[in-house]
Design a protein. Structure first.
Length: 259
């Protein structure tokens, strides 16, 4: 089981699959590398995929300390690339993974070939927040009710009937409560607005038109703020567009990455 050591000595678990040019796939908040299990195979004949457990999740270290932030998670990804001896890679992040990917492109531009930002946001006062009804549903004290709300935000009812599970995007069930709180805070504190214009990597912004979890209005904000970014909205898709609409999203991403 491979681990990369961060600059402060923490261990980040990762996996490598496939063959071809390196592609880092970055998971959402409070999720492990299994976030990509249904989708990773779409890329492995054309790319060497690299997936990782964020600090606080999966097999990675879980410090109960103030070390969780989207810029820090970006540095952890670079630590994984260093451990593999990879100088430059494509980067594809979804949800909080897209926030992390923004910081990789901003702070480590020499490490990013092409960038894909999926169902994500610039955060801060410029980002579009989810509605009060969504926040209320996710704050329900009943874990079963929160799970039902998350499923509805991620996937359409039609897809949930066709694919009854397991679902890999609802959070790491074994994650300590303190780490879950710290992940939530890290994502909420993300604000890349001022630095987005400095991104030099060719960028594709993807989003579902029916995403209420991370409102679709964030996609054009990112695309307009990042120089020469492309924008593609997937009709009818919710937050889990990359799974439910993989027949559309994965070819779009692969073709973009191959230039």
């Amino acid at each position: 089981m491979p681990f990369a050591k961060t600059s402060d000595g923490l261990a980040v678990h990762y996996e490598v699959h496939g063959r071809g040019r390196p592609l880092v796939l970055i998971s959402g908040q409070s999720n492990t590398l299994h976030w990509w299990d249904r989708v990773r195979g779409d890329f492995e004949s054309r790319f060497t995929t690299i997936v990782l457990d964020h600090l606080g999740t999966g097999e990675s270290d879980k410090p109960d300390a103030d070390v969780y932030s989207t810029p820090r998670f970006a540095a952890d990804v670079v630590s994984v690339l260093d451990d593999l001896g990879i100088d430059r890679a494509h980067v594809y992040g979804t949800s909080m993974g897209g926030r992390i990917a923004q910081w990789i492109a901003v702070r480590h531009p020499e490490r990013v070939d092409r960038l894909v930002l999926g169902c994500t946001s610039p955060g801060g006062r410029h980002g579009v927040e989810r509605g009060a009804d969504v926040r209320k549903a996710l704050a329900d004290p009943d874990p079963a009710a929160v799970r039902r709300a998350l499923l509805d935000l991620m996937y359409t009812p039609k897809w949930r009937v066709r694919v009854p599970g397991p679902y890999y995007t609802l959070g790491d069930r074994h994650m300590p409560a303190y780490a879950r709180r710290r992940h939530l805070r890290a994502s909420a504190r993300h604000d890349s607005w001022d630095v987005l214009p400095s991104i030099t990597a060719p960028t594709l912004v993807l989003h579902g038109t029916d995403d209420l979890f991370n409102p679709t209005a964030n996609a054009p904000l990112l695309a307009e703020r990042i120089p020469d970014a492309r924008l593609h909205l997937i009709p009818g898709a919710r937050h889990g567009y990359f799974e439910e609409f993989r027949d559309v999203a994965s070819p779009l991403v692969a073709d973009f990455l191959e230039g």
